[in-house]
Design a binder for this molecule. Structure first.
Ligand code: F6R
Length: 634
């Protein structure tokens, strides 16, 4: 756990940051267990407020482990869940009733009669009374001792969306568009996500005697920062927790990464001025002041909390030039290395001139969204490129797309599978999950889209692999569990290709996401190969797959794209027909995946321009990953 002084100036909520979610939940579970046992010893009840979603899943696994292995008992515990979707009953696979049974209640000794979850299946004219009864029951049980919370990207706690006041109590609410988009995959499409939910209010949560808010992954970093560092506002209900007397935010490093103590450590203490930190602070200063790197002067540094840096590493102009050169050297049109060129300051080695390159894409489309132009260049420069899709992505195919494809097959006189698929789609009820056959059919849809997409990058069909990792085939979104068979399949591929370059993603993503799961599988696979002679000659490049780009100071290879390459990239993304309009929208102006991806690459190019480097149409970026076991952690 890290602890840096000076941050109290900016942070309005106590924050604990852990290396990863697992370390964090071990600590929280220990504290909860101690509190439960204390009450047990006094023969008193304990009231626990629970959340759903992907965030608390590792905490529940740890509590289950403690129940099995350490004798933690729940007989004196009464639970109250925060919320439930309105209009679906407890058998629905996405209902929070079912979620809680599967993730916790079925595995511990909590008496059924002590479980409380808001009812989503009551008639509309009975909701008000049901909500009041819920509040009364909490009071009758003596109030909530410990409340567990996650945080939505809208800043919601429970389902208190922006606009929820500090004195709101349990009630029916309308879900925010972003929240519904975030749940779209779980419900197989945004249109299936309920519009309403019943949730404890902000004040109900504030009444809890102790509150833990948990958050994992980079996608939560901005909202966590706003909740912790900005003044409390209704547009960000989690910020009201600043008024709570006993609250902790429990974070992993990725979700904490936007906090000032990490983002601008020079504002909260006296950091060691490593070259990386110098690059970060100087690029930050240049962008903040809107002044190109080479025009920064001593006064700019002094007036912006960087006097120590300019004193230690200055004068300003020398520092500016150093950072300018470092950023300049990240730019290359030769992502596989430039043969016959001095590679001293290039991100990639010149030799071997023809490299074996392996691009790992967690789901079809991650690859082209982030690196279609780079991929095309690697092919054009004669490298032996293989693209491997780690999962089939079939869970992301809406039924309408399967229907479309099956209709087409049938009309073309296709095989009987088409009518079987159509029959299943016809018969599918609200709660049914896809059969193995339907999932396979949906995988074929994604395979064909992926092939069409890679054709736009000139990659021959023979260079495409589909690994269909078992964890995905046997799981559901946000509840995947990887295993040795996933690692073995990935290891076999790596061993077969013995790549000089691997492009991979998912390293700081939400740990429950497909991308993060795939990255951990990759990490285990490559670690198992660390004694292989080819590993020392293998560069691993990370691309981002969360709709954002790396920050300028992090980037180690930036590949500019010409206007024509940008058009081709849009085409490549567009081939993923089943995924159109499926990504969470970052900006309402760009509802299509290709628009978002290209805008992101254009924004990166604009940043390079603002730093005073060349002005490109668009840029794709990469960070080099070094195997932690070799002691050179990123
Ligand atoms: C769930 C809840 C929500 C979630 C939040 C984060 O009961 O009340 O506030 O905690 O939407 O969801 P995940 O954890 O799935 O990112």
């Amino acid at each position: 756990m890290s602890d840096r002084s000076g941050q109290e100036l900016y942070e309005r909520i106590p924050v604990k940051v852990f290396d990863d979610a697992q370390a964090a939940v071990c600590e929280v579970a220990k504290e909860i267990a101690a509190a439960i046992r204390l009450r047990q010893n006094e023969d008193k009840p304990f009231v626990l407020g629970l959340a759903t979603g992907s965030t608390p899943v590792p905490l529940y696994r740890e509590l289950i482990r403690m129940h099995r292995e350490e004798g933690l008992r729940f007989a004196n515990v009464t639970t109250f869940n925060l919320d439930e979707y309105f209009g679906i009953d407890g058998r629905h696979p996405e209902s929070y009733h079912r979620f809680m049974r599967e993730q916790l209640f079925d595995h511990i000794d909590l008496p059924e009669s002590q479980i409380n979850i808001p009812q989503g299946a009551v008639a509309r004219d009975e909701v008000f009374e049901a909500c009041q009864a819920y509040e009364e029951k909490i009071l009758a049980c003596g109030g909530i001792d410990v409340q567990i919370l996650g945080i939505g990207r809208t800043g919601h706690i429970g389902f208190n969306e922006p606009g929820s006041g500090p004195s709101s109590r349990t009630r029916l609410v309308t879900l925010d568009r972003l929240t519904r988009q975030d749940a779209a995959r779980d419900f197989q499409g945004e249109h299936n996500v309920p519009r309403y939910a019943v949730t404890m209010g902000v004040e109900t949560i504030m009444d809890a005697r102790k509150v833990y808010l948990l958050a994992w992954g980079r996608s939560k970093a901005e909202v966590v920062k706003a909740a912790v560092e900005d003044a409390p506002v209704e547009s960000l209900p989690a910020s009201f927790l600043q008024e709570h007397l006993n609250v902790s935010f429990v974070l992993d490093t990725a979700s904490a990464s936007e906090l000032i103590r990490y983002k601008c450590p020079w504002l909260v203490g006296f950091p060691e001025w490593t070259p990386e930190l110098a690059r970060e602070s100087v690029t930050h200063l240049s962008l903040k002041l809107g002044k190109p790197l080479l025009k920064l002067v001593d006064k700019d540094y002094q007036e912006n909390g960087l006097s120590e840096l300019v004193t230690e590493k200055g004068p300003a102009y020398g520092l500016n030039i150093r950072v300018f050169n470092e950023v300049q050297h990240t730019i290359t049109g030769w992502p596989g290395g430039k043969p016959d060129a001095d590679d001293t300051y290039r991100p990639e080695r010149a030799l071997p001139a023809r490299k074996r390159v392996l691009v790992l894409s967690p789901e079809p489309q991650d690859d082209v969204l982030s690196m279609a132009a780079t991929l095309s260049r690697l092919v054009a420069h004669g490298h032996e490129v293989t693209v491997a899709y780690l999962t089939s992505g079939n869970l992301g195919v809406p039924d309408e797309e399967a229907n479309w494809a099956a209709d087409l097959m049938q009309e073309a006189g296709g095989a009987s599978i088409a009518s079987e698929v159509l029959d299943e789609l016809d018969a599918k009820g609200a709660f049914s999950e896809d059969s193995e056959k339907l999932r396979r059919f949906k995988s074929y849809i994604r395979r064909n889209e992926a092939r069409a997409s890679l054709e736009m990058c000139s990659l021959p069909k023979g260079c495409i692999r589909f690994l269909d990792l078992p964890f995905y085939e046997n799981g559901r979104y946000r509840r995947f569990e990887t295993g040795e068979s996933d690692v073995a399949a990935t290891r076999t591929l790596l061993q077969e290709i013995r790549p000089h370059q691997v492009f991979v993603t998912g390293e700081a993503a939400d740990p429950s996401s497909v991308q993060a799961k795939c990255f951990s599988v990759f990490e285990d696979a490559i670690r198992g190969l660390s004694v292989e002679p080819w590993i020392d000659d293998c560069y691993v490049w990370l691309y981002r797959s969360d709709g954002r780009e790396w920050e300028i100071h992090q980037v180690e290879m930036s590949v500019p794209c010409s206007p024509d390459e940008v058009k081709a990239k849009a085409q490549a993304i567009y081939q993923h027909r089943s995924q159109r309009s499926q990504l969470p929208v970052m900006n309402p102006e760009q509802s299509e995946a290709w628009e978002q991806a290209i805008e992101c690459n254009r924004e990166t190019a604009a940043l390079y321009d603002r730093l005073g480097l060349a002005e490109y149409e668009a840029i794709e970026c990469f960070v080099r990953w070094k195997m932690p076991s070799k002691g050179i952690e990123k």
